[in-house]
Design a protein around this ligand. Structure first.
Ligand code: FAD
Length: 403
């Protein structure tokens, strides 16, 4: 295949990772991101061994920096599952992630991860063999329309310009404009995002002395997760069953006070974490996913990340899958003999795997937010039974991934 110019809609994790992967292969890419810059809030994120290996593949220097800036798991870490009253349901050792799967699990603040990605794009984080492709990132420019024919794909931009390339990669998130092109080709119509039934309220706090390695606690219609991102701080996410739009409609002060009241009787250190949250790092978002697609490409247009497979955060795999997508798509665009072959191979490697974890996340979201006492008792029993198994066996499919 002759050298391609790839247009990327969306400069989030998936879009920037794809741009870096293409540059490494000597391919040119232009990223159009609708926001003016990267937000500094957004709490934290956990990259599991599969996502870390994908990032290492895209940029070894970035992978190395991720381990230094974030907090890698150690063999002594455990997945601790508690009830809202603090009773232990399960404590499953993470095991030797590096020895077993080739990479650690790393928790990091989102702002730090974005900073590292940006530094890799600009060259502030130098890397040997960064590649000869040109990578441009244009902020404050949204993709608003798409047309394609046999000779190329043209995107209309919010600033009135239009740009033509050989490929358009839609990395524009759950409300993707580009997805509509692919969805119409597959089904003749688009299906909108669907509300998961719960909202996420998140922030960061000083690392507590009680359960400093983090935990997941489940109550009636609420789940609370936290994980350390450094020796001093951790981030937390409360997912709350609620009518769509009800929490995002609150002011941040009201949302925080309401969450404090809702979780006021929960075990230590949950209430204290809400009290000590930095107001600048407090965020409320309704969680949506979309019905799965069987095809992620149409003509010269292809999808990745949340645009292809938005999933609820219950398994913590959305970003990990996005990084796997980016590594695979960059490789295929560089190696395949033709564009159809590149997209066929990309979909062969990616669609079934990502859709599987999206549907598991959806199922766990329902289970995790049961609100009647019988349902909660059933869920807690399930957790006890499921977490008795061998974690290495349970995680094999997910973590044994190789780019
Ligand atoms: P996004 O991050 O949504 O980026 C899309 C980008 O496209 C944005 O910058 C947006 O501004 C831009 N954009 C949108 N429309 C346009 C347009 N028309 N033109 C140009 N630009 C556009 N995943 C994990 O793996 N581990 C976790 O621990 C984890 N925790 C999570 C916790 C919560 C509470 C939530 C909500 C999600 C979590 N996820 C986690 C999921 C993860 O955040 C997402 O899967 C990941 O951010 C997807 O990246 P993306 O680049 O595909 O999409």
């Amino acid at each position: 295949m002759r050298p391609l110019k790839v247009i990327i809609a969306g400069g989030g994790l998936a879009g920037l990772a794809l741009g870096l992967g293409l540059r490494r292969h000597g391919l040119d890419a232009e990223v159009f991101e609708r926001t003016d810059g990267f937000g500094l809030t957004g709490s934290g994120i956990v990259l599991s061994p599969n996502g870390v290996k994908a990032l290492d593949h895209i940029s070894p220097a970035l992978g190395a920096e991720l381990r230094k800036t974030g907090r890698p798991s150690n063999p002594g870490s455990r997945a601790l599952m508690l009830t809202s009253g603090g009773k232990q349901l399960a404590a499953q050792p993470f095991g030797d992630m590096v020895g077993n799967w080739g990479a650690p699990l790393v928790a990091i603040m989102r702002a730090d991860l974005h900073r590292l990605l940006t530094a890799t794009v600009t060259g502030d984080l130098p890397e040997a063999g960064a590649g000869t492709g040109r990578l441009g990132v244009h902020h404050g420019t949204a993709v608003t329309g798409v047309t394609q024919d046999a000779s190329g794909v043209t995107v209309e931009l919010s600033d009135g310009r239009s740009v033509t390339g050989a490929v358009l990669a839609g990395a524009d998130g759950v409300r993707s404009v580009v997805r509509a092109v692919v969805e119409r080709a597959e089904r003749g119509a688009t299906r909108p995002p669907r509300y998961s039934g719960f909202t996420s309220v998140r922030g960061s706090a000083p690392r507590p002395s009680v359960h400093p390695e983090g935990f997941i606690s489940g109550g009636r219609g609420v789940q609370f997760f936290c994980s350390p991102v450094s020796e001093e701080r951790l981030y937390w996410v409360a997912t709350v069953k609620a009518p769509e739009g009800s929490w995002p409609a609150k002011t941040l002060d009201t949302a925080r006070a309401d969450l404090r009241e809702l979780l006021g009787s929960w075990h230590d250190p949950v209430p204290a974490m809400i009290d000590s949250c930095d107001p600048d790092d407090f965020l409320v978002t309704d969680i949506h996913d979309r019905p799965p697609l069987r095809r992620w490409s149409a003509g010269r247009v292809v999808l990745l990340g949340d645009a292809a497979h938005p999933m609820s955060p219950m398994l913590g795999q959305g970003a990990n899958m996005a990084l796997e997508d980016a590594a695979c798509l960059a490789d295929q665009l560089a190696q395949a003999a033709s564009l159809p072959e590149a997209f066929t191979e990309y979909e062969r490697f990616r669609v079934t795997r990502a859709n599987k974890y999206a549907s598991m996340s959806r199922m766990l979201g329902r289970l995790g937010h049961l609100s009647n006492p019988l349902g909660v008792a059933f869920r807690d029993t399930m957790i006890r039974l499921m977490m008795r198994g061998n974690p290495d066996k349970a995680n094999a499919d997910l973590y044994a991934y190789r780019p």
